[in-house]
Structures are given as structure tokens and as C-alpha cells.
Design a binder for this molecule. Sequence first.
Ligand SMILES: Cc1cc2nc3c(=O)[nH]c(=O)nc-3n(C[C@H](O)[C@H](O)[C@H](O)COP(=O)(O)O)c2cc1C
Length: 206
Amino acid sequence: MTCPLRAYAPHHAESGGHRRFAMRVLAVNASPNKDGLTALSAEAFLAGAQEAGAEVDLIHLCDKDLRRCVMCENGWGKCRREGECVLDDDFADVRRSILDADVWVLATPVYFGEPSEVARAVLDRLRRCNTGPLGGQLSGKDLIGICAAGGSGRGIGTCGEVLERFVGHMGMRLADLITVTRRSKLYKIDTMKAAGKGIVVQNWDE
Ligand SMILES: Cc1cc2nc3c(=O)[nH]c(=O)nc-3n(C[C@H](O)[C@H](O)[C@H](O)COP(=O)(O)O)c2cc1C
């Protein structure tokens, strides 16, 4: 079976006589906290992936200048025509990092049963830039969604639904949707690490 992930991975290493590609796993933390539940979950996932041999990277969206889509022109602007956003901020860099990764982990806090505002801003703009005639770059890529509901735990399902819909629009693969609450944190952080490891090992063996 052809593994589409390998097309993205230029790095390789010899292991036991087999050529192995180092998978690149990017986690994007969409919480304003760099040491909260969301970041902790993303870091645990990356630690597992790294242990399994992946190259890992973490982007905190709170460090970035990211605006919301302004619906330029009549609702479809440069994004549809040229596959690029008209706004001059950090979106293009974040998008590049996502496109360059083999596996993208989006970790978002649950706010009012939805992904955070900045997560939605990135998802909205990615959707616009990747659905026009020049889009399609995200097609077939794996997304792992992490929804961290640190309050009552309510709304975790609807938050996951938003991510699932995005994956559908993009033709991506939903590799996993992992939830964590204040109460499940004790055992779920270990689960995140195991998931990070599992995703890498599984794809190497595909
Ligand atoms: C505006 C806002 C809305 C929130 N809505 C929810 C919610 O719907 N369900 C829930 O369980 N927690 C909710 N929370 C709590 C966050 O999910 C919790 O603080 C989460 O741990 C944030 O992640 P962080 O620790 O990475 O900052 C909300 C928090 C804020 C600030």
C-alpha cells in the first residue's frame, strides 16, 4: 500500500537495513496558555511521536499575529483565485508549516463547545485557501484533533464535530480525535503520549 505521508518526508535514516523516513509531526496549540491543559496534551503527543523517531515541532498560535477572514471582495477573493490569503500576517507561515508536516495535530481548548477563536480563524482561512482550483494541498493528510475541555467537560463533542467537518471539507483523514477534561487528565496525558507513538509506528509499518 502506498503511504501518501512519505511523499512529504525528505529525511530518512537507515534502520536494520531498511530505509526509514522520519515522519514530521507538527502540533499547533490553539490555547492562549502555553502551560495549560491544551499545551500539555500537545506536548505529550509530541513526546510520544519523538520517542518513536519522528521530527516534532510545536507552534503556539498565541505567539502569532493571526487575523480572522475579512470576506474580501464578494466573499471569495484571492483565496479562491490564487490559493493565497490577502491578509498580511503570520497565516502564510503557519500554513506552510502545516503543509510541510506529515501529521498535523491541532490541540484546542473547548470554548463554548467549540474550538478556540484563533483555531477557528486558522481553520476558516485554510478552508478558503485550500478549496479553490489551486487548493487540495491538505487532501489525504492526517489530522489528529485534541479537544481540551477544562471546565465542566460539556461541549467537547460539538468541538470535535467542528474539527471533523473541517477534515471532511479538506478531504483529510481524521487519524484520531482525542478528548481530555479536567477529570480525565490524569490518565489521558498518558494516552496522548501513546497516541503520538502509535501514529508514527503505525505509519512506518503501513
Ligand atoms: C471563553 C471560555 C469558554 C469555555 N467553554 C468551555 C466549555 O464549553 N466546556 C468546558 O468544559 N470548558 C470550557 N472552558 C474551559 C476551558 O476549556 C479550559 O479552561 C481549558 O482547560 C482551556 O485550556 P488551557 O488550559 O489550555 O488554557 C471555557 C473557557 C473559556 C475561557
